[in-house]
Design a protein around this ligand. Structure first.
Ligand SMILES: Cc1cc2nc3c(=O)[nH]c(=O)nc-3n(C[C@H](O)[C@H](O)[C@H](O)COP(=O)(O)O)c2cc1C
Length: 364
């Protein structure tokens, strides 16, 4: 690929992703310096030094725009490549390497990324237990997990993220409202409706701030919204459990991808007796449900994971090799069985037309 910017005239440079990253850094530095000069003294605009030798130098603005465009392109491409690798590498681990702890710094980073998950009204209705205690894992395996595979995974994995879905998310509204107010990132309109709308949408609470008087049951709210729906758009009344489990699905998936990005293997698990598990893990059963657990660690028989801070000399080719060593992927329904265009059941035109996926272009 040829690059139009002035730093990229050498073919072999632009063909290397590492070089592109360096170029992008150089470009950023140059733009920053140029913009700094321009803003310090508006009267004498200093030219970008690299352009002075050219017979018809592009203006500062043109140069900056070219650099920015190239920079964005390089960043977008490397982001896409990294994300695709994480997606393609993730498969559910069948067995984990026993007695292999994950470094605390890695756990910490995974949880920090997990925390950025979106949630309805930003209520963040999922608490996560990171279970690493061998004794509790064994108890859980023996008394709550279903099936031999899940029992082994529970004992052998380095840790299990246990996602606890809050079935009374209305109890979070006050705290989240405070957080939002302090952060000051929301508009006034949002802040004024957030309390009522969130408790309404989550299928619990009531008008007038929730709690005691004036409370409408979820049933009454559903009747009310169903009756008005033909007249004007009304909120869809979900059961609070569905709402909260939906949110748990989203955060658990983000956790899984974050763990995968760290080279860890995962296996989502729903095969357990939630009542027993909650007892063992001391989860308040009157408030929470346990929709999903994610066993996390190092896959038995896979190449050893290399954490980013110990990457050292590992280069792209080695990683490529690791990719290909992965065991086969589980089957998926056809694209046209899962994805529709515009209305339910309607085929997507670009699937019918056999458009080549972008993957082959960005794989390198
Ligand atoms: C909600 C959910 C629950 C799952 N529960 C289990 C489980 O209890 N035990 C298990 O071995 N795998 C479980 N899996 C893993 C699935 O079997 C696996 O995701 C599916 O076969 C696709 O394979 P892949 O994850 O390797 O792409 C679960 C996955 C999801 C999303």
């Amino acid at each position: 690929m040829m690059c139009a910017c002035i730093w990229c005239n050498v073919d072999d440079l632009v063909s290397s992703p590492l070089a592109m990253t360096k170029i992008a850094t150089l470009a950023r530095t140059a733009v920053t310096a140029t913009i700094a000069k321009r803003t310090v003294g508006r009267v004498s605009l200093a030219p970008v030094s690299s352009y002075t030798a050219s017979s018809s130098p592009p203006s500062d603005a043109e140069a900056a725009a070219t650099i920015a465009r190239e920079d964005r392109h390089a960043v977008a491409k490397s982001k896409l490549k990294a994300f695709r690798r994480i997606v393609n590498d993730r498969v559910s681990a069948r067995r984990f390497l026993p007695d292999t702890p994950v470094p605390d710094a890695v756990w910490n980073d995974i949880l920090r990324m997990t925390r950025t998950a979106p949630s309805g009204f930003n209520l963040q209705p999922t608490s996560v237990i990171l279970l690493r205690s061998p004794a509790i894992k064994r108890t859980l395996a023996e008394h709550a997990m279903l099936g031999v595979g899940n029992k082994y995974r529970t004992i052998d994995s380095s840790g299990i993220a246990i996602f606890c879905a809050d079935l009374r998310p209305g109890m979070r509204v006050h705290r989240i409202h405070e957080l939002e107010r302090e952060a000051g990132t929301r508009e006034d309109g949002y802040m004024s409706v957030m309390r009522v709308a969130s408790t309404f949408l989550t299928g619990e609470g009531g008008f007038g701030g929730g709690g005691g008087g004036g409370r409408l049951s979820a049933f009454a709210k559903r009747m009310f919204t169903d009756a008005l729906s033909p007249v004007r758009p009304m909120p869809t009344m979900e059961d609070v459990g569905m709402w909260s489990y939906k949110n748990a699905g989203i955060i658990s998936q983000l956790y899984t991808m974050a763990a995968s990005a760290h080279g860890l293997s995962t296996c989502m698990m729903e095969g357990y007796d939630a009542r027993r598990a909650m007892e063992i893990l001391r989860v308040p059963h009157e408030r929470y449900g346990l929709p999903i657990m994610v066993a996390t660690g190092y896959e038995y028989g896979a190449l050893p994971a290399v954490h980013a801070d110990t990457l050292g000399g590992k280069d792209d080719e080695e990683e490529e090799e690791y990719d290909h060593e992965r065991c086969g992927r589980t089957p998926r329904l056809g694209m046209n069985e899962t994805f529709f265009g515009d209305t339910f059941g309607e085929p997507l035109d670009f699937l019918l037309n056999g458009i080549t996926p972008l993957e082959s272009e960005t794989a390198t």
